[in-house]
Design a protein around this ligand. Structure first.
Ligand SMILES: Nc1ncnc2c1ncn2[C@@H]1O[C@H](COP(=O)(O)OP(=O)(O)OP(=O)(O)O)[C@@H](O)[C@H]1O
Ligand SMILES: [Mg+2]
Length: 336
């Protein structure tokens, strides 16, 4: 089912090539996914059932939740689909929408229902389903939660063409920014009755306080039955400026690498100084949308250069030394 070489540490290693930081979340997710497939295999062998542990990803916008999931899907090689909770709330036909998601999962499995039944469904923007939410919704967030609850628990769902898919073994990963959850947690985290020995108390308390409790999610607006189906919570931290620099320069498909390739195709070497990345990270940090604004700032910086370069065969190299000054153009020596 899952490639035998994919142990949790191998999964984390692969995620590291694309997702910067978020070490704790990566570990939590890698172990959860690994354990999930082990449990399926054991249950099948013993003809038993098992309790599924779906996963909730919590963290501010632009911290890598969706990126981590899409990377995970590539690594695992199991059928994987993504859906937006918001679009579920915008339709009157939630159940049809959910069927369509599962149909996509079957398609991803090449029509093999058995394979799809071991797949993963990622439902993003789950925080937008809060009960009594302000957004204009056709189906209430609570209604969508109930509909999702059914498939998360496991039930046969009829697909187009009359075939059924059983969702019992499908792993559900839900993600959301949960704006305001930190405040709820800060208010609710008073562990008066947990006694810890003096030595570990600080560390222990920090750990407990970093945990998102089911009751916090309930206060936020998810119905209790729904939060109970998401026992594993992976927390995504806000990215600091150093990490934002790494996002631009380190991942395999990072933005700097992408643009260096584009310039290389024009026969031009692009060099962006470290200072520039620091400047971009500083701006992006101010925008408070995590790594989301990096691409826009970077593209804005290189657009005027990319406008000029294709017409200038004499340019050999472009060096950007500051976000606020013109770049240096190094031209080819005649005859070279
Ligand atoms: N930890 C990270 N490592 C590398 N790139 C990242 C990271 N976080 C964000 N990015 C970059 O920022 C973009 C947005 O990230 P992503 O879509 O994963 O955010 P998100 O956490 O799902 O946010 P939202 O809550 O708004 O959906 C990605 O395309 C990616 O390039
Ligand atoms: Mg996202």
């Amino acid at each position: 089912m899952l490639d035998k070489t994919l142990t949790p540490s191998v999964i984390v290693g692969r995620l590291d090539q694309y997702v910067v930081g978020q070490e704790a979340a990566k570990k939590t997710i890698a172990v959860a996914v690994y354990a999930h497939f082990k449990k399926i295999a054991t249950a099948r062998r013993d003809n038993a059932t098992f309790a599924k542990s779906n996963i909730l990803l919590v963290g501010s916008t632009g911290t890598g939740k969706t990126l981590l999931c899409s990377t995970l899907s590539r690594i695992l090689g199991v059928p994987f689909v993504t859906a937006e909770a918001t679009s579920l709330a915008q339709t009157r036909y939630v159940n049809e929408e959910i069927e369509a998601i599962l149909q996509r999962l079957v398609d991803k499995a090449g029509g093999d229902i058995a394979k799809a039944q071991n797949g993963i469904v990622f439902i993003d923007e789950i925080d937008k389903l809060k009960a009594g939410g302000a957004e204009v919704q056709t189906t209430s967030g609570e209604g969508v939660q109930h509909a999702l609850l059914k498939i998360m628990e496991g039930s046969p769902v009829k697909l187009d063409g009359g075939r059924y898919i059983d969702t019992t073994d499908i792993l559900f990963i839900c993600g959301g920014a949960f704006v305001g959850l930190a405040e709820i947690m800060a208010r609710s985290h008073a562990y008066k009755y947990i006694s810890v020995s003096k030595g570990d108390s600080k560390q222990m308390m920090d750990r407990l306080n970093a945990r998102v409790k089911p009751t916090d999610l309930f206060t936020y607006g998810l119905i209790p039955e729904f939060t109970r189906r998401l026992p594993i919570v992976a927390h995504f931290h806000d990215l600091n400026q150093k990490m934002l620099v790494r996002v631009m320069t380190e991942p395999k498909d990072c933005i700097y690498g992408q643009f260096r390739d584009i310039f290389a195709n024009e026969g031009v070497e692009l060099t962006v100084d470290q200072r520039v990345f620091d400047q971009i990270a500083e701006l992006a940090f101010e925008y408070k949308i995590g790594a989301r604004s990096l691409r826009g700032i970077f593209e804005e910086m290189v657009t005027p250069i990319l406008f000029v370069v294709p017409d200038r065969r004499d340019i050999e190299k472009v060096v950007v030394t500051s976000l606020f000054t013109e770049p240096d153009f190094v031209t080819r020596q005649p005859g070279s």
